[in-house]
Design a protein around this ligand. Sequence first.
Ligand SMILES: NC(=O)c1ccc[n+]([C@@H]2O[C@H](COP(=O)([O-])OP(=O)(O)OC[C@H]3O[C@@H](n4cnc5c(N)ncnc54)[C@H](O)[C@@H]3O)[C@@H](O)[C@H]2O)c1
Length: 350
Amino acid sequence: MRFAVLGCGVIGAVHARTIKALAPRAELVVAVDAVEERARAIADEHGVDASTSLDEVLARDDVDAVTICTPSGMHSDAAVAVLDAGKHVIIEKPLDVDLDAARRVLDAERRSDRTAMVISQHRHDLASRVVHEALTAGSFGTVTSGMALMPWWRSQAYYDSGDWRGTVEMDGGGALMNQGIHTLDLLVWFLGEPVEVFAYTGLLAHERIAVEDTAVATVRFASGALGIVHGTTAAYPGLTTRVQVHGDRGSAVIDHNQLAYFHAAGDGDEIRAHGVAGGGNQAEERIAAAAPVDRTTSHSEQFEDFLDAVEHGRPPLVTVETAARTLAVIRAIYTSAEAGRPVTIKELSV
Ligand SMILES: NC(=O)c1ccc[n+]([C@@H]2O[C@H](COP(=O)([O-])OP(=O)(O)OC[C@H]3O[C@@H](n4cnc5c(N)ncnc54)[C@H](O)[C@@H]3O)[C@@H](O)[C@H]2O)c1
């Protein structure tokens, strides 16, 4: 698979390194950025071409796929152009900043025969896979609730560092849209179809941005399970993210991307009358029994999944459709916070 990387900033550099590490299955052909020196820096590092024009790159026969690493509000236009040019596409999170844009990518994907994938690298973490498998197997019984917590810190200097950061048009939101999306995406992947949210958001510890630095929300899922979402970039000095799922036969906690707690009652186990306050932790044995992860960069496994998906003609783990579902929850959270009422996903649905 011969790749172009579009957008040679912080994450574009990671994509380039990820592609290089997957040789010979993947090859980086050209680095593209609106700013020539940025394209040139990555191109020189890897000994490949540099370009400032996506159109020029899409006309090349030696490019099979494009990874999109531009500011979030530019993702859909580029993705549609790539798919319409008959190339495969990998889109950085978020899919884009609003649901009209998500719809345009879904339409382009449907009319093309190419593969489209959205980055959500933590779905490939060992801990995430173990919990998802347990949920799919019904190991936690009736799933009752879950939480996605992200108490992070980003300084004012971070928001001042790029002209698109913290803007409605290009960042599309703040702590949730840019950072908390990873943790929220896991909760939605674990608990299934979201139905309704109620939320508050605030801009409490930063200035000169037009988006939230703190958000809290409740989510109701189609199964009946209830969820809590917390995302902030105003929690100094920044703590670890946490995802919890709970059912009437088991629970799991992922802390800092590691399986901190896991318990699933066995078939013959008697369910105790009272809880065990964190006892019975089976996390170590669950992790030991799972296939180990071999990762060069944070994105390695997801890129491998993309290559496998194209090779075997199957969808990747993170499809445009499921990324759009997570984006819909974030949009519903913003709508609810603004309107001061619960908002159904259907009202906004893609
Ligand atoms: N998966 C992750 O963990 C992760 C981490 C960081 C960023 N991201 C996502 O990656 C995207 C980029 O973030 P970043 O931190 O790398 O930003 P960045 O500002 O460092 O890089 C963006 C690059 O895009 C270029 N660019 C802007 N407009 C362009 C255009 N029209 N054509 C070509 N190039 C253009 C800029 O010159 C810049 O080099 C965002 O959507 C962000 O949410 C994902």
